[in-house]
Design a protein around this ligand. Sequence first.
Ligand code: FMN
Length: 301
Amino acid sequence: MRVKIAGVELRSPVIAASGTFAYGVEFEEILSTDRIGAFVTKGLSLHPMDGNKAPRIIETTGGMMNAIGLQNIGVDAFIADKLPGIRKMRGSVCIANVFGYSIEDCIGVIERLNKAEGLVMYELNASCPNTKHGGMVFGTDPESLGELVSRCKAVSKRPLLVKLSPNVTNIGGMARVAEAAGADAVSLVNTFLSLAIDTETRKPRIANITGGLSGPAIKPIAVRMVWDVARSVNIPIIGMGGIAKAEDAVEFLLAGATAVEVGTASYADPRAAEKIANNLERWCISHDVAKVADLTGGLRL
Ligand SMILES: Cc1cc2nc3c(=O)[nH]c(=O)nc-3n(C[C@H](O)[C@H](O)[C@H](O)COP(=O)(O)O)c2cc1C
């Protein structure tokens, strides 16, 4: 079940996704972290953030919408209060998710994390508005994305995984920009920009007005995007979007992903990532797949 991403070997290709697995330590009693490949922390910013007003999570057909607003304890509190516990967890492999509203903020987070022990990689969330450029989302503007990635890569002492926004026309082109700027791998997809309206009050169902759609409803779009990216870059891909069972993970691997992340499914069942990892191993055995890595890019046309 082992896979390798940017020189880091993971015992399973199944990873718990950012924003759905807290800071990892909270799941210690819930699942066996040594059964999943890794987990990704909630997005970490330079300073703590309160996030948006409620309601900020709703259920939709086949998925959910959220506008948490990147609430987090900030990188310093993460290093002081969470990382010591993470280091003690049995077989835990932690990827830190990083974001900022300016490139300097992202660099500040990475530089602080560089000095800390117990992390294998950074996942840079490019779906965040660049306040210095009038709120344009880094991940939807090729020039901003290129600058963000190259400057973060220059200071990063660990492999840099760039998480792409799906809210673009040409996701393959954005992945090429990330690769050219030095990304060691890309992960996709983040959530899709969406709007739900309460027909009685005629108001948005989420206080922030719009939110990000995730869960099974987005899976076929996400698989198509992974396939597009796989034909555009040579760096490894981590695929996600609506994975709820082992066969969903297999689809992403066949489309070209080396590993997968499980997000929204953890809301329905906090042990989802472990169950999917176990069932993926069973699936490989029952389908005579000797190595899970052999599935990557195995789509037959
Ligand atoms: C409540 C919630 C919070 C999230 N927070 C983050 C975050 O802080 N950083 C990030 O890169 N992605 C975040 N995501 C996106 C997920 O990691 C994932 O990319 C997305 O939900 C698609 O996968 P899924 O359909 O399996 O959930 C969040 C998703 C949800 C549902």
